[in-house]
Design a protein around this ligand. Structure first.
Ligand code: NAI
Length: 739
C-alpha cells in the first residue's frame, strides 16, 4: 500500500499510518481512497483483525482534506461528456467516491478509531467522523474543522450528515457555514472528538479504547439513535432550520449556492438513514461543484492563492533573496504596521521618524499589537519580547546602512517623499548591501515613476503598497515604475512572502489597481445619493452584492476627510480633465462641518459611543438631496446592485486594456484580499467571465446610455466578446487554459 503504513500488533489491532509519499502533508487522492478501501476490506474479512486505528505517519498532522486538483478535477472532467444523463451520473459517482469508501470503513464490523496526532481538516476530519471513536492530540498547533465553505463548497465526505448527528444540527450548521476550526479543548467540549491525549499518548489511548470498549457500530446505526437537539421533524429541531434559514440569508443574501445547498443537505439528510443521507449529500455537493460561483471560488481561493503564495508573479531567472534588515521611514499608522509585520517575520527593523518621540510612538503601537497577541494566547511572551527587540526606533538615517530594503511611509506629499528618499538612499546605497538593496514607497496616490525621479537608482525603486490595518490586511500591491527592474520586483516579492502577505504586481496608473477599482464603488454610492436614492437603500443594495459594507458606510470607515483630500488632490493633478463626482461637494461640506466618518463618530451615519450599539443614518444625509426613491422593487434593487459591481468590474477591464494588471489570478485575488470584492464571485475578473463577456458588454452599453460613460466598455471587452474569449483564456498565466 503506497499511502498507508500498515502494522498488525500483537493484540490484533491494525494500525494504519496515513503517509502519502513525497508530500509534506497528507491529502486524500483517488489512490489514497483505494488504499483505505483495502483497509476496510481487510478489517471486514480478516478474523485476526480485532480493531483498526487510523493515524498519521507524518509529524505535522493527520490530513488536510481532499486533494482538490484530483478529486474535484474528476467531477469537472465528468461534466465534459456529451449526454446529459451520463454526465450527471459520472459527476455524481466522482463526488460519491469518498462517501462510499468512508461508509465501508464505518460498517466493516470492527471498531475503528481515529488517532489524530495533529490537524484534521475537511476530508481528514470527515474520515474521522466515520470512525467509531476519535482521540485528538492536545498539542499546541492542533485544529480540526470543516472549512469547505471558504472555497465555495460544503463538506461532501459525509461531514454534513455525521457532524449534525454527533453534535446537533444547530452547532453543526454554525460550524460548517462558517468553516470554523476547533482547537483541541473546543473540539472536546463541542463533542467533535471523544478524548484528548498528549501528543505521544494518542495511539495508546486509541488502543485502550479498542481493548476496553471497542464498539464497532456507529451511534447513528443503532436502533435507538436520536439526533442531539432533535431532527427536523422534532419541534425544537424544526426551529433550528427556520431560524437558521433566516440567519444564513441575512449573512449571505443568497449569494452562495454552497450555503443554500448545505442547508438542504442537512435538512433532508437528517430525515433519512445514513446510507441514503450520504447520497443526498453527494447530490447537493455535486450540484454545488457545478455552479460558476464554486468553480470561481475554488480557482481563486485555492489554486490562485496558492500560486501567488509561492510567488507566481515573480520574474523568472532572478535568484531568490532573503531580506534580513528593513528600514521603515515614517512611524505613523502605516509605517508602524509595516515595522510590526517585518519584525514578526524575524527581520531586523529600523523604524525612523522626524524625532525620537515620533519614532517611539510607532514602536509603542507595535508593542500594543504584541501585548494583544499575548493576552489572546496567540503568542508567547518570549516571542513577543523577541519581536519587539528587533525594532529600533530612531530619527537617525545613518542606521539604514546595511538594509536590504527601505519602505517609505511618510506623509502623502511629493516634495517630502523626494527629500526623504534622497536622505535614505545615501546610507542605503553606500553600505554593505549597496549593490543589492532596493527602495519601496507605500504611497497610495502618487505615480511611482514620478517619485522615482528623486532616486539615484530608479531601477531599484518600486511601489510597495500596503493596506490598512497592515497587520490584518493580507495583500501587498507591488507597483512597477517605468524603470523598475525585474530584480527589484523579485526582491520585493521575496520580502512580501517573507512577511506572509500575498503580493500582486501591477504597473503604474493613477491609484494603481486596487484603489482604482474600489473608488468607483464609493463614487457610485455618492452618485446614487445625489440622484435621491435613499441612503439606506444604497447601503443595503451594496451589502446584498456581497461587498462587506455598502458604499456610504464604507466611506465613513475610510474617513470622509481623507477621501475629500484625495478628491481635491486628484482634481489638482488632472486639471481640466477632471470631472467632478455628483455629491463630492456635499461630502466636502460634511467634512467642513466636522463630520469625518466613523473615526469621530459622525459621517453619513451617527455612531453611538457605547460599544455594539447600532449606528443610525444622520438626518443631514437625507436633507442634502431630497429622497426620490425610498423603496425599491426587486428589479430596481438588482439594478442598484449591478451598478455597484459593474462600475468596479469595467474599471478592472480598463486596467487589463492599459496593461496596469496582466494576470487574472492577481486581479481576482487582489480584489478579494485588497478591498473585499464580493467573494462569492471568485473575484472581479471571475465575475465578468461568469456573466459572459458578450452579455457584459451588452449590459454596459445599456448602462452607459442610462448613467454615463463611466460604464462604457473598453475596446478590449468588445474584442473579447467578438472572439468569444474569457479573461482566463485570453490572459492565461497559469500555463493551462482555465474555464
Ligand atoms: P501618518 O500621518 O499616520 O504617518 C506619517 C508619518 O510620517 C508621521 O509619523 C510623520 O511624523 C512621519 N514623517 C513626516 N516627515 C518625516 C520625515 N522627514 N522623516 C521621517 N518621518 C517623517 O500617515 P499614514 O496614514 O501612515 O500614511 C503614510 C503613507 O502611507 C502615505 O504615503 C499614505 O498615502 C500611505 N498609505 C496610507 C494608507 C492609509 O490607509 N492610511 C493606505 C496605504 C498607503
Amino acid at each position: 500500500m503506497d499511502n498507508f503504513k500498515i502494522d498488525l500488533d500483537a493484540d490484533g489491532i491494525l494500525v494504519c499510518a496515513f503517509d502519502v509519499p513525497n508530500k509534506t502533508m497528507n491529502t486524500f487522492t483517488k489512490a489514497a481512497l483505494a488504499d483505505l478501501e483495502k483497509i476496510a476490506e481487510r478489517a471486514k474479512t480478516d478474523a485476526g483483525v480485532k480493531g483498526v486505528i487510523l493515524t498519521s505517519g507524518k509529524d505535522n498532522g493527520f490530513c488536510a482534506g481532499a486533494d482538490l486538483e484530483e478529486m474535484i478535477g474528476g467531477a469537472w472532467e465528468a461534466e465534459s461528456g456529451d449526454d446529459e444523463q451520463s454526465k450527471l451520473k459520472a459527476a455524481f459517482n466522482a463526488a460519491f467516491e469518498m462517501n462510499r469508501v468512508y461508509r465501508l470503513l464505518e460498517t466493516c464490523g470492527k471498531p475503528v478509531v481515529a488517532a489524530l496526532n495533529g490537524l484534521a481538516l475537511g476530508g481528514g476530519l470527515e474520515v474521522s467522523l466515520a470512525c467509531h471513536y476519535r482521540v485528538l492530540s492536545n498539542g499546541p498547533k492542533v485544529q480540526v474543522g470543516l472549512p469547505e465553505i471558504k472555497i465555495g463548497l460544503f463538506p461532501g465526505g459525509g461531514g454534513s450528515q455525521r457532524l449534525p448527528r454527533l453534535i446537533g444540527a444547530q452547532a453543526a450548521l454554525m460550524a460548517m457555514s462558517e468553516g470554523k476550526s476547533f482547537k483541541p479543548q473546543e473540539a472536546l467540549g463541542a463533542g467533535v472528538v471523544d478524548e484528548l491525549a498528549d501528543p505521544d499518548k494518542v495511539l495508546d489511548a486509541a488502543k485502550t479504547w479498542i481493548k476496553t470498549k471497542g464498539d464497532p457500530v456507529a451511534r447513528w446505526d443503532k436502533k435507538d439513535f436520536k439526533i442531539p437537539g432533535g431532527g427536523p421533524y422534532h419541534p425544537a429541531g424544526a426551529q433550528v432550520f427556520i431560524m437558521g434559514n433566516a440567519l444564513l440569508r441575512k449573512q449571505s443574501y443568497g449569494n452562495y449556492p454552497a450555503v443554500i445547498n448545505l442547508m438542504h443537505a442537512v435538512y433532508e439528510g437528517l430525515q433519512l438513514p445514513i446510507d441514503q443521507a450520504i447520497r443526498v449529500e453527494s447530490r447537493y455537493f455535486c450540484n454545488t461543484l457545478m455552479t460558476p460561483q464554486a468553480k470561481a471560488m475554488i480557482r481563486t481561493f485555492f489554486f490562485s492563492m496558492q500560486a501567488l503564495g509561492k510567488g507566481a508573479g515573480r520574474p523568472a531567472g532572478v535568484p531568490k533573496s532573503d531580506v534580513t534588515k528593513v528600514a521603515v521611514l515614517g512611524a505613523g499608522m502605516m509605517g508602524a504596521g509595516i515595522a510590526y509585520v517585518s519584525a514578526l517575520a524575524g527581520i531586523e527593523t529600523i523604524l525612523i521618524d522626524r524625532d525620537q518621540a515620533s519614532a517611539d510612538k510607532g514602536k509603542a503601537h507595535c508593542e500594543d499589537l504584541l501585548k494583544k497577541a499575548v493576552s489572546r494566547g496567540k503568542m508567547s511572551q518570549d516571542k513577543a519580547t523577541g519581536v519587539l527587540n528587533l525594532i529600533t526606533a530612531t530619527p537617525d538615517y545613518a542606521k539604514i546602512e546595511g538594509a536590504d530594503l527601505v519602505v517609505e511611509a511618510v506623509f502623502e506629499n511629493t516634495d517630502l517623499k523626494e527629500q526623504v528618499t534622497k536622505a535614505a538612499e545615501a546610507p542605503l546605497y553606500s553600505g554593505a548591501k549597496a549593490d543589492t538593496a532596493i527602495f519601496g514607497t507605500n504611497t497610495s496616490t502618487i505615480p511611482i515613476t514620478l517619485l522615482a525621479t528623486a532616486s539615484s537608482k530608479p531601477e531599484n525603486y518600486i511601489g510597495v503598497h500596503f493596506f490598512s490595518p497592515v497587520d490584518r490586511m493580507p495583500l501587498v500591491e507591488l507597483i512597477r515604475g517605468e524603470k523598475t527592474s525585474d530584480a527589484t520586483v523579485a526582491k520585493a516579492i521575496d520580502y512580501a512572502l517573507k512577511i506572509k502577505k500575498t503580493p500582486i504586481v501591477v504597473n503604474d496608473s493613477r491609484f494603481f489597481f486596487a484603489n482604482r477599482c474600489f473608488i468607483p464603488f464609493t463614487a457610485e454610492g455618492m452618485i446614487m445619493w445625489s440622484e435621491g436614492i435613499a441612503p439606506a437603500l444604497i447601503d443595503n443594495a451594496g451589502r446584498m452584492t456581497g461587498m462587506p459594507r455598502g458604499p456610504l458606510e464604507m466611506m465613513d470607515d475610510v474617513a470622509l476627510d481623507l477621501l475629500t483630500k484625495i478628491t481635491s488632490e486628484t482634481a489638482k493633478a488632472m486639471g481640466d480633465a477632471y470631472e467632478p463626482i455628483p455629491g463630492e461637494k456635499e461630502v466636502a461640506q460634511m467634512v467642513a462641518d466636522g463630520r469625518y466618518g466613523r473615526k469621530n463618530g459622525k459621517g453619513f451615519y451617527d455612531y453611538p459611543e457605547q460599544k455594539g450599539a447600532p449606528k443610525t443614518l444622520w438626518q443631514g444625509t437625507l436633507d442634502a438631496f431630497p429622497v426620490k426613491m425610498a423603496e425599491a422593487d426587486p428589479a430596481q434593487v438588482e439594478e442598484l446592485k449591478k451598478r455597484l459591481l459593474y462600475v468596479q468590474a469595467v474599471t478592472a477591464a480598463r486596467c487589463f486594456e492599459e496593461g496596469v494588471i496582466t494576470d487574472p489570478r492577481e486581479a481576482d485575488v487582489g480584489s478579494i484580499l485588497g478591498w473585499g470584492f464580493a467573494p462569492w464571485s471568485g473575484g472581479i475578473v471571475s465575475l465578468m467571465d461568469a456573466i459572459g463577456i458578450a452579455k457584459f458588454v451588452e449590459e454596459l452599453d445599456r448602462m452607459t446610455a442610462l448613467y454615463g460613460k463611466r460604464f462604457a466598455p473598453p475596446q478590449l471587452l468588445r474584442d473579447m466578446a467578438k472572439n468569444g474569449e474569457t479573461f482566463y483564456s485570453r490572459f492565461d498565466k497559469a500555463g493551462k487554459k482555465a474555464a
